[in-house]
Design a protein around this ligand. Sequence first.
Ligand code: HEC
Ligand code: HEC
Length: 506
Amino acid sequence: MQKPHIRIATLILMIVSFIAYVAKFPAFPIASENLLPWSVWFFILALANIILWQSVIKLLSFSLMVIWFYAFAASVVPDTSTATVDLSSIERTPEAFVEAGEIIFNGKGKCNTCHTLDPSAPKGRCPDLSVIGSQAGTRKPGVSAKDYLIESTYEPHKFLVTGYGNIMPPVWKPPISLSELEIETVIAFLQNQGGDVDLTPFDPPVDIESAADVVEELPPLLSGDVERGKRVFVDGAKCIACHAVAGVEQPAGQTLDDGVEVVAAPDLSEIAALNSLRYIEESILLPNALIVSGYGSVTVKTGGASIQGTLVSQDNENITLRVKDAAGVETEQQIRLSELDPEPIEALTDLNANGYFWIQAALADTGETISGDLLEEDEENITLQDGGETLTVSKSKVKVQATIIDFDENVIVGELVAENEDEITLNVDGEEQTIDKFDIDEGPTYSRAFGKRLYVTSPMPNNFPLLLSVGDMSDLLAYLSTLTGTVEAAVAEGESQDEAVEETAE
Ligand code: HEC
Ligand code: HEC
């Protein structure tokens, strides 16, 4: 080559651009716009050096290019499960916050393992967040969009979106452990989904630092045997028949006990990363305590017929059930909640817990019949909403219907007037009838009201507390606590952290 100074200048510029690229300098400004990032400068200069130079420097340029290539490839294909961003020098602009928030949403925050950002996505166990920016301000009366999002991330248990359970972890707690700033960026990203980004600083409702100390003291040392626990999971309790876990196979030919049907169930590969051990334990011992939305089973009555299926989704007006016909073919069926048949209610207690959402009752003093959506219930009163009107009635003022079957198989239905140890008096069609209790074959059964209900139960077997010994249970929990996704699971299996990290990087 004729002009050594051009070669030397190209070499120096290549080294400078490489350092600038590695050190993440802001892009080289051309006409005050960040047009070409350092990686592109480096690429052009390295190519020039490979062409211009011979021997050692050609080799050096080539090696740097290989390093660049791997770094570039890695940045183009981000590792979405652990992707995180450096927020130390983030600019306080909506663009920068939204961009960082998106990475955290899909990475460290693990939000995307539960939430979708696509309104057409099948309704899962967690709300879709594609329009949360505009929805947030309407969730709780008097609470602004931003305050709602702050509460949803710091204290998700405080308000549960209708139809969803209390399973969202407070995102500042381990294992997700987002910092205040990270949460701010995620909130900006959520506001950007259909709303305006508002970066006004706020006081977090939880002091993460002092709360974190308390959290750290809590996790118990699991004394269970992980390997044994895995055998309980796969062979003993046959959890694997319903629940998938990445890398674990169901033994060929495994059958479930009589009466237990394989059903769609949540994937448990990351269960411990997303939930507390207490929640996991409760899920096994009391499957009905909290039912993962999208998996519960319900039986509803409509038009005199009973329909049994999986509750796929619900809103204020409709429910969607996945129903299996006799041939085993599954179809989805939408049912209007208002078209469910009212069923007799024997005792006016725990109406909510029993799934009642609409009540009809007759008042004893006026004879008037009232009905409406169940708003509230306490020991003495129930409050119904009928159109715009709310009515509170005392449970003791509700007419009681009694049904009696005598030994001649006559069915007598009437309003309960009086009852003592020996006799019962009913008002049957305006006439009072007193019946000796010795003459009663069946009953009396009482009905205090009629109600429409949606009673969701878990299809998961509820006899594990009987089947599993205390030792099985502690081994099982020790095993489940290793299901946190890749890295930690490998660590728990006895490898050092470094090896495990290398393994996932490969
Ligand atoms: C283990 C699953 C899970 C994870 C992980 C999770 N969430 Fe949630 N989230 C839920 C569920 C379930 C609800 C609905 C119940 C409730 O309101 O708490 C919810 C509700 C919300 C809501 C209110 C939605 C609405 O429609 O009003 C917001 C906002 C939200 N999550 C944000 C996040 C963010 C941000 C992250 C990540 C940092 C995250 N969630 C991680 C399960 C999860
Ligand atoms: C017959 C199928 C079936 C079997 C067997 C079964 N489960 Fe489940 N499990 C389900 C269904 C369906 C759900 C979701 C509904 C619910 O929340 O109860 C669930 C929920 C769970 C959850 C909560 C998951 C989440 O994402 O929040 C855990 C944890 C769990 N099961 C653990 C187990 C363990 C451990 C075993 C074995 C001892 C087991 N299950 C056996 C069907 C099953």
